[in-house]
Ligand binder design. Sequence first.
Ligand SMILES: [Zn+2]
Length: 161
Amino acid sequence: MSIGTPLGAEPVVALHEPVERAVRPKAVRQTPSEARAAYNLVTRRDEETCVRCRRGGAVQRDHRQNRLPGNTVPSNLQLLCPPCHLWKTENPEQALQEGWAVPRHTMFTPAEWPARRWVKTLHGTYREAWVLYFDEPEHGRMWLEIPDIDAHYRRRQAGIL
Ligand SMILES: [Zn+2]
């Protein structure tokens, strides 16, 4: 506080600040370190393998919904191998239907939009499943598996199926 600031002025500012913050719409801003943290989380989540074909090696980080300011979050990211990434780019309709992409204009956020991926079974084998991705680990998990009917319903609602 600079010398000469009326003592009474400060609490008023402090009282008003949180109210203003609550009313103002949340700005979509993301620092480079937040984006980096999201990429790191997804690299671990997907075990450095393609979510579509489980190929390892030179995987690429893909935005499920085309990259927009603020959408570099775990629920919107997945690892794809170069052939699957190319396939997704060349088959946008099919990629949407099969869960590899999130529609650009929809009421669903990437976290609410069903994603297709492999999951590990108790026997250590893999199977394909529909999931909803989390942005933050919940009880050590990064996704919730959902029934086919739920994934179907959400895609139907968005007019994708
Ligand atoms: Zn692949």
